[in-house]
Design a protein around this ligand. Structure first.
Ligand SMILES: NC(=O)c1ccc[n+]([C@@H]2O[C@H](COP(=O)([O-])OP(=O)(O)OC[C@H]3O[C@@H](n4cnc5c(N)ncnc54)[C@H](O)[C@@H]3O)[C@@H](O)[C@H]2O)c1
Length: 346
């Protein structure tokens, strides 16, 4: 299959690109190379004859039309997005422009390409979204695919809007769409502004490890390579117009996750004092959702997919990867905003 992956130079998109190429798919990676992108993320496949890169912006309709015509993909996997909640609090405009308007342009370009091809029902537009569109849970309960949308940050509102657009293009125009909503990802190549790499790198540098609020916010963590596998499953086997929740069955409060990481570092890279001594509680994120947790029974029962990596194993692999790949993360530390506190609001 030839897959047009948007955002394939980012964290999850690059995992999809690497996995798809390793399984023999042709991949066209369309990416604007924003601050969050890194061509090194796809270095393992860059020389493959199955891989092509297109430096383009999903807001640029003319570029999208050219790329569809030139590459004639069988499917689109749409991951390009502004993805950092804290940045969405400081500067929501980019999130509306890329996540909402960009998705609109991509849908329109895909629709006109699909129409010109004679409306093949084998074509797929797979929209990759987040569990954050469902809002915040209390101490109990799980997000199902039927949970009402209740986004509470500019990021999640922009992703919710894009989900609505994709469903509307499926219903109104018959575009063969499929959607997935996933919990928090972690693993190799995670940009060093997100919680897990921040913890690892601050601990390595002996710097304070910031934990928002009291650290009681709970997330359901999924190893990124498991997510990439789930996404290819949804693309190939998902029912038309259907959405699938993807989760890791790994709920953890932030403070417990941070302590787990510190314990792994104490073992792999011991310092004079335990790394946990660096934990520092800082002002909470405004509107910080308390708890996300996924009911992933639909993808398990209908498509036979389950996560394969436990949280303990995935965290250990991730810490080892950062210890062994300083060449990857060191240049990213000087990128705009990295290492500074973002998203405190005003
Ligand atoms: N990270 C998570 O835990 C998580 C969980 C669930 C869903 N998601 C979703 O998965 C997708 C990928 O997330 P990620 O964490 O890999 O994000 P990321 O920020 O690491 O990567 C995003 C990529 O999109 C590209 N991009 C941004 N704006 C673009 C534009 N206008 N045109 C073309 N390319 C553009 C960037 O250059 C970057 O390579 C996003 O849609 C996100 O909402 C993420």
């Amino acid at each position: 299959m030839k897959i047009l992956v948007t955002g394939g130079a980012g964290f999850i998109g690059s995992a999809v690109v690497r996995l798809a190429v390793s399984r023999g798919h042709e991949v066209v990676n369309l990416d604007a190379l924003t601050y969050a992108a890194n061509p090194a993320n796809v270095a393992p496949v860059a020389d493959s004859p199955l891989y092509r890169f297109e430096h383009a912006d999903i807001r640029d309709r003319a570029a999208l039309d050219r790329i569809f015509a030139e590459h004639a993909p069988d499917a689109v996997m749409h991951l390009a997005a502004e993805s950092h909640v804290d940045r969405s609090i400081d500067g929501p405009a980019a999130f509306m422009e890329t996540n909402v308007t960009g998705t609109f342009h991509l849908l329109e370009a895909a629709r006109s390409y699909w129409l010109a091809k004679g409306r093949p029902d084998t074509f797929r537009f797979h929209h990759v979204s987040t569990d954050e569109v469902f809002g915040s849970l209390g101490e109990t309960g799980l997000f199902t695919e039927e949970t009402a949308y209740d986004p509470r940050s500019p990021y999640s509102a922009s992703k919710a809007a894009s989900d609505h657009l994709v469903r509307a293009w499926g219903e109104t125009y018959g575009l063969p769409v499929v959607l997935s909503n996933c919990s928090n990802n972690y693993g190799p190549y995670h940009f060093p502004e997100k919680l897990i790499p921040v913890v690892i790198l601050n601990a390595l540098h002996g710097q304070p490890i910031p934990v928002y609020g009291a650290g009681r916010n709970v997330r359901d963590w999924l190893y990124v390579e498991d997510h990439a596998d789930a996404l290819l499953t949804v693309l190939q086997d998902g029912a038309l117009g259907r959405s699938y929740n993807i989760g890791g069955n790994n709920e953890r409060a932030n403070i417990d996750l941070v302590r787990d990481l510190c314990a792994i570092l104490d073992r792999l890279r011991p310092d004079a004092a335990p790394h946990g001594d660096l934990i520092t509680f800082v002002a909470d994120r405004p509107g910080h959702d308390l708890r996300y947790a996924i009911d992933a029974s639909r993808i398990r029962d209908e498509l036979g997919w389950q996560p394969s990596v436990t949280l303990q194993e995935g965290l250990e692999r991730t810490v080892r990867w950062y210890l062994e790949n300083e060449d990857w993360w060191r240049p990213l530390l000087s990128r705009d905003g990295v290492g500074t506190r973002l998203g405190i609001g005003s």
